[in-house]
Design a protein around this ligand. Structure first.
Ligand code: FAD
Length: 459
């Protein structure tokens, strides 16, 4: 058995960052990974998804180009397999970069599946069945999450987001269960590429946690892009019918498709780690229980990232990994993560991005708020002939004038909101936004030129 200062279980966003930082502070570090380095984000999450979004977005660009004087001698043709091959090549490149970063930092990378034998000793089982043991003075659980499959008859006839990335052909008809961010992003990719797409969502509105104006406006625009929504509905069963799989909804509607895809949430990936046997507490859904310092119920054993079920985003896992390494090995015992003002984006069509409070959350927190909202046709669409519109919204505290929330639906929303996240972090007021000179002509200038409040939901 080999001893280390720090053993990290899971080579995804959080684990790799914690391992690298710890090693850079001089710790002797081992990282155990059963799959490909980089974890969900690099292999079956943010990165391949965004590449698919880019790939799909050309369809609309070709269409819009005609309004700007372009014509094409032949109809542009798209080949799904070529995009998938290019994407996988890029991911393999990133896997290599992750490995090099770890090795260069002095981290020992151990391939295999790790499980707890004792609270700080892990048994690693390799693909060939051989095993070894490692012990850490400190141990980190960073095993991420996995899709939750709906518990319905025939669920095995569908796929999850990992199955999306494994597709070798573009399905002609797609039914997606779940109108959260992954569901609507994948729906947009398929729709842009010409598939018939249905989204079945159990709540009356998509994107549950987002601002109510965002939810309403986004759904309208998604439908305008040709996605059929079945809101307030659930899929009760899946049945094979020849080459199709048929979803039966709770109102009896039947939706036949070439692909049934479930995106109904993710659960912590902790079931096979042997946590209970070594006294590491988890919640009923498997999330490792940690305190503010990422300490589990066992001393010197920590957990972070998706497996603790807090904020399931790569930049948050990175911040948590960095913070833990600083606390344990960087001489910064007070380092902590500030979960306020985490910006986030939905890379659907239209794109959505947000930072800070929704109007509802602000009222719930007892703030009196002013709301500024603008919907408009982006300049590009004056010639593109497309009917799509954009929405921007500011939630502002009536007493302090501080901007509490920024919400954008439309092209480049993520790029726009990232900058405003900095403004909110330093406490920007509406008056300061008003005093900021816009960049003309952009869509983003709207956020510094909205002058007249609109009625708030509580007025
Ligand atoms: P992971 O990245 O999941 O890494 C965990 C690693 O642990 C994996 O590599 C796994 O193989 C390994 N592992 C698990 N168990 C063991 C074991 N017993 N032994 C050895 N290794 C093990 N976030 C964003 O911020 N932006 C996005 O646009 C975005 N898009 C997403 C799209 C999809 C389709 C999905 C599924 C997720 C997306 N996310 C996005 C979320 C993001 O990927 C996660 O929040 C992030 O990867 C969490 O990092 P992590 O380190 O906690 O876990």
């Amino acid at each position: 058995m080999e001893d280390f200062d720090f053993v990290v279980l899971g080579g995804g966003s959080g684990g790799v960052r914690a391992a690298r930082m710890a090693a850079s502070f001089g710790a002797k570090v081992a990282l155990i990974e059963s799959g490909r380095l980089g974890g969900t984000c690099v292999n079956v999450g943010c990165v391949p998804k965004k590449l698919m979004v880019y790939g799909a977005s050309f369809a609309e660009r070709f269409h819009e180009a005609r309004g700007f004087g372009w014509s094409f001698d032949t109809t542009p043709r798209f080949d799904w397999a070529s995009l998938v091959d290019a994407r996988e090549k890029e991911i393999r490149r990133l896997n290599g970069i992750y490995e090099k970063l770890l090795v260069d930092a002095g981290v020992t990378v151990i391939e295999g599946f790790g499980a707890f034998e004792e609270s700080r000793t892990l048994r690693v089982t390799r693909a060939d069945g051989s095993t070894s043991r490692v012990r850490g003075e400190h141990v980190l659980i960073a095993t991420g999450g996995r899709s939750r499959m709906p518990p319905i008859p025939g669920a095995e006839l569908g796929v999850d987001s990992d199955g999306f990335f494994a597709l070798r052909t573009l399905p002609r008809r797609v039914v997606i269960a779940g109108g959260g961010y992954i569901g609507v992003e994948l729906a947009s990719v398929f729709r842009a590429l010409g598939s018939e797409v249905h989204v079945v969502h159990r709540n009356p509105e998509l994107l549950n946690a987002f601002d109510h104006d965002v939810r309403r406006f986004f759904a309208e625009q998604l439908e305008l892009h040709g996605v059929t929504l079945h809101l307030g509905r659930t899929i009760e069963r899946l049945d094979r019918d020849g080459t199709s799989v048929v979803a039966t909804l709770d109102d009896g509607t039947k939706l036949a498709a070439d692909l049934q895809l479930a995106a109904v949430g993710r659960v912590p990936n902790t079931a096979k780690l042997g946590l209970a046997a070594v006294g590491i507490d988890t919640s009923p859904d498997g999330a490792v229980q940690v305190d503010d310092t990422f300490q589990t119920s066992q001393p010197n054993v920590y957990a972070l990232g998706d497996c603790i079920g807090r904020v399931q985003l790569t930049p948050v896992a990175l911040a948590e990994g960095m913070t833990l390494a600083r606390r344990l090995f960087g001489g910064q015992p007070d380092a902590s993560v500030d979960y306020d003002l985490v910006p986030t984006a939905v890379f659907a069509t239209p794109e959505v991005a947000t930072v800070g409070l929704t109007e509802e959350a602000a009222w719930r927190r007892g703030e009196r708020v002013k709301v500024f909202r603008s919907t408009f046709r982006p300049m590009k669409h004056t010639l593109s002939g497309q009917p799509y519109r954009m929405m921007m919204k500011l939630v502002v505290c009536e007493t302090s004038d501080r901007v509490l929330g920024v919400h954008v639906v439309g092209p480049d929303a993520g790029e726009i909101v990232q900058g405003f996240a900095v403004a909110l972090r330093v406490g920007a007021t509406k008056a300061q936004l008003d005093a900021t000179i816009g960049i003309h002509p952009t869509a983003a200038e709207e956020l510094v030129t909205m002058r007249t409040p609109v009625p708030s939901m509580h007025v």
